[in-house]
Ligand binder design. Structure first.
Ligand code: SF4
Ligand code: SF4
Length: 387
């Protein structure tokens, strides 16, 4: 997919995207980045010239290609798709038209030239000395996936690990993890390779997160402010629960206990149905999905916590309530605190006390059985939790 520098205005016009749509897109990116409205022209300028600034190499390892699919949305491209489309994505196994020698040569040439952004999708498969994932090399030889990552990482200016698989192994690393799957960060640390790295969890990556990070990098020339897990603070600093439109029902003790019920039809809180919103730090209620049309909880499904680290093992069973709000006459702070951030845990305790005072604490625990705290959680809490 050769770069098509400076073609954004024509591309937008050709695909029927108006200047108004483009401005709205830049405003949403500015909002995600925490910029004032006055920065929208600056964002627009950066987006317009994005294609001429950095080449991109997009590698896929142990993945389902869901992050590529999520980003491409090829059936109905929007501005975000086009921006990524016209970036100089010199190599992308799934998206590029070229194949075989031509494709491999494009990757080789870009890596040799250096100074590119490496987007890495999927887990790093380390079992059998890296032979768990073999990739075709330029001359038809078999190359270990781990070797491909080492070479690509060394030449990169910065790396963006997209999707939970690239961040910490994701579902590929779920117990018992026979392929030795792990995230890019852990692998590079083991190999002693130091590069600026941005982790963008979620399953799949939210394309708006990816576009915002790319624009931020192009605007500021550096990685954005990151938390202790190298996630952009602005996107992963608050919980789903903090911004959930059903939060009022949580406060009021109005819960759904059964799908298909009257409570579900009323849009009550999904906490008893296993919603992991209180312990999941990301901004789905704000950024949403599918071109900002909707997101899990708004569509009626509890958040299963795909933005969390180690989410498959830590958040299952997905449709079972994770914590019991009983004990202490309505609140169980030690239990709630397990695996939940201190701030969220404290918030839940306060809410629980409020619910108790209002005589509504029982509501959160009515309905189906609550899930016992797992031994895994106890051990993790002893280490201070995972967030
Ligand atoms: S528990 Fe889930 S559905 Fe309920 S308010 Fe929190 S995030 Fe929303
Ligand atoms: S609402 Fe929860 S499960 Fe849905 S995409 Fe966001 S973090 Fe993932």
């Amino acid at each position: 997919m050769p770069g098509k520098n400076g073609v954004l205005p024509q591309e937008l016009k050709a695909r029927g995207i108006t200047r108004r749509d483009f401005t709205k897109f830049c405003a949403s990116i500015a909002a995600i980045l925490g910029l004032e409205a006055s920065a929208i022209p600056e964002v627009a300028a950066a987006v317009t010239k994005a294609s001429s600034l950095k080449p991109v190499v997009w590698l896929e390892a142990g993945s389902c290609s869901g992050c590529t699919e999520s980003t491409a949305q090829a059936d109905y491209p929007d501005v975000a798709t086009i921006v990524l489309d016209i970036l100089s994505v010199n190599y992308s196994e799934t998206l590029m038209a070229a194949a075989g020698y031509t494709a491999a040569q494009a990757k080789e040439d870009t890596i040799h030239a250096g100074g590119y952004i490496l987007i890495y999708e999927g887990s790093v498969m380390t079992a059998w000395d890296g032979a768990a994932l073999m990739i075709g090399g330029p001359d038809g030889e078999q190359v270990k996936g781990t070797e491909e990552l080492k070479v690509a990482a060394k030449g990169a200016e910065a790396i963006i690990a997209v999707g939970s698989c690239a961040v910490d192994g994701g579902w590929v690393a779920a117990d018992p993890n026979p392929a030795g799957a792990m995230g890019v960060q852990k692998f590079l640390e083991q190999e002693g390779i130091k590069k600026p790295l941005i982790n963008l969890p979620m399953c799949p990556v939210n394309p708006e997160h990816l576009v915002a990070v790319v624009i931020d990098y192009l605007l500021l020339g550096k990685v954005p402010a990151l938390d202790e897990h190298l996630r952009p603070k602005l996107m992963f600093g608050q919980t789903i629960h903090d911004n959930c439109p059903r939060r009022g029902h949580f406060e009021n003790g109005e819960f759904v206990y059964q799908f298909g019920s009257e409570e579900e039809a009323k849009g009550y809180c999904l906490y008893p149905m296993g919603c992991k919103g209180p312990q999941t730090k990301t901004n789905c209620p704000i950024v949403r999905w599918n071109k900002r049309v909707s997101w899990c909880v708004e569509a009626g499904a509890p958040c299963i916590g795909c933005g969390n680290l180690n989410w498959v093992d830590a958040d299952g069973p997905f449709f079972k309530r994770m914590r019991n709000l009983e004990v202490l006459g309505g609140v169980q702070p030690t239990t709630i605190g397990l695996g939940v951030t201190g701030v969220v845990a404290a918030g839940l305790v306060v809410h629980g006390l409020g619910m108790k005072a209002a005589g509504r604490a029982g509501a959160a625990n009515a309905g189906g059985p609550t899930e016992a705290v797992k031994e895994y959680d106890r051990k993790r809490a002893g280490k201070g939790g995972d967030q």
